[in-house]
Design a protein around this ligand. Structure first.
Ligand code: LLP
Length: 434
């Protein structure tokens, strides 16, 4: 299912989400508009925590905030008892602003600056995920100056290739991320000699938008075997195993996506089997989902402004947003589904083959290519689904177009959580003003 769990058709044949008429929202808040369904977001957080804890009670769920970093969303996440993974000073700042518990923060990054490491140490984040030995040195020095001890995990490259787009594959041997597997024992030895860093666990992340569970099971095997090697060779217990994120979501509605329940059961069973087989002390299990927590909770609403039919060639439907608010099609050739929000349930309404293009100055600014859509007219509202993850967080001001607002929907109420940018916002960094 690619729509939020509260999506339905109302009496006016409009798409309703969170008890709100999306056509009404487009009028009230303007378009393009990102909408976020609070019920879906909370449901996903609970589904993850409950599914994993049913099999392996010592599991902690941490939201990868790169998927959608914004104070209101982080407040919901925090209120569900889910931790936050940050990968920059800006994401940490956002989590602090949202008053998220600092002990539940996991700080990532393959080249964190000294300033960022200092911010993390000063903020008292729960864990810093150290990517390489240069960072370990810097962190020990910075923590030493602050006279604070920090708990760290090492990010390890597990050497696993998952089937996903090359740009979002991260766990294969040729990767900038993490310590190579053969170097991890030495890294633990070095950490054990440091005064201000405490090694508590290992982390890896195999990629994103992955539908197969096997590569995750292989990752469990690699992490467990590494934990065993660390124990045997350095007498150090690995207390946390962090599997990263990566479970895919449905964008089109017809993909075969494993349910969170199946995912949890298989991962936990594999983990328990390996723990037994290797006689390991049971570690805490950490998962860092990003996309699968927020992706399907989000929908983007656009207004159709122009229709251009090139007979025998293609019919273009032009929306008032595009590649700047959703760069995923142009970056990863990502596919999306769209619905006409004001004609949501006209089952026998005529359909036609169209291409949905954006308003930006690039021919590649296409959000959906050659899709079947209900016959549209200028002024119709188009809802593009599954836009909750990596849309706002990767949005740009290309063509100096203002980034859209985002509203949170819950039980018939809509409240703005990110305001729409205006011309002052997009020129506020320009230093020379005549
Ligand atoms: N943990 C770590 C260390 C990560 O690097 C990532 C994602 C996650 C967790 C969350 O992964 P997820 O559950 O969201 O798949 N911009 C790309 C996705 C890049 C993902 C980067 N790392 C996209 O739009 O598809």
């Amino acid at each position: 299912m690619n729509l939020p769990i509260t999506a339905r058709v109302n009496k006016m044949n409009h798409l309703e989400i969170g008890g709100c008429d999306t056509v009404g929202l487009a009028k009230e808040f303007g378009t393009p508009l990102y909408v976020m369904d609070e019920a879906t977001l909370r449901e996903k957080c609970r589904e993850y925590a409950q599914s994993f804890r049913a099999h392996y009670p010592d599991t902690r769920i941490v939201f990868a905030s790169k998927a959608l970093s914004c104070t209101a969303v982080l407040k919901v996440i925090d209120s569900e008892g889910v931790g936050v993974d940050v990968s920059s000073g800006g994401e940490l700042y956002t989590a602090r602003l949202a008053a998220c518990g600092m002990k539940n923060i996991y700080y990532h990054g393959n080249n964190k600056s000294r300033a960022e490491l200092k911010e993390a140490v000063d903020a008292g984040v729960g864990r810093i995920v150290v990517d390489n030995l240069a960072e370990l040195e810097r962190l020990d020095e910075i923590a030493g100056h602050a006279k604070k001890e920090v708990d760290i995990l090492f990010r390890m490259n597990p050497g696993i290739e998952a089937h996903t787009h090359e740009f979002i594959q991260t766990g294969k041997i040729d990767s900038k991320f993490g310590i190579q597997r053969q170097d991890i024992i030495e890294a633990v030895r070095v950490a054990n000699e440091k005064k201000y860093v405490n090694f508590v666990g290992i982390h890896s992340h195999i990629g994103s938008q992955i539908f197969d569970i096997e590569p995750f099971e292989a990752e469990v095997d690699v992490l467990c075997q590494t934990a065993k090697d660390i124990l045997d060779q350095t007498r150090t217990e690995v207390m946390e195993l962090n599997l990263g994120g990566g479970l895919g979501i449905s964008y089109l509605g017809d993909e075969k996506v494993p349910g969170t329940g199946e995912f949890a059961e298989r991962i936990c069973k594999r983990l328990m089997a390996r723990i037994k087989e290797l006689s390991l002390p049971a570690p805490r299990l950490i998962l860092e989902p990003g996309r699968s927590l927020v992706g399907n909770a989000g929908v983007t609403l656009y207004e159709i402004g122009v229709i251009k039919d090139i007979p025998g060639v293609r019919k273009y439907i032009m929306i008032d947003g595009g590649m700047a608010d959703n760069p995923r099609p142009i970056l990863y050739d990502a596919k999306y589904a769209a619905y006409v929000a004001n004609k949501f349930n006209e089952d026998n309404g005529a359909k036609e083959r169209v291409t949905v293009a954006g308003r930006f100055c690039e021919s590649g600014d296409v959000i959906l290519r050659d899709v079947e859509l209900k016959k549209v007219e200028v002024g119709d509202v188009l809802a593009v689904t599954a836009t909750g993850a990596y849309n706002y967080s990767m949005a740009s001001n290309y063509n100096r177009v203002c980034r859209p607002a985002m509203v949170m929907l819950n039980q018939g109420q809509a409240y703005e959580i990110i305001r729409r940018e205006n011309y002052e916002d997009i020129t506020r960094m320009d230093v020379v003003i005549s």
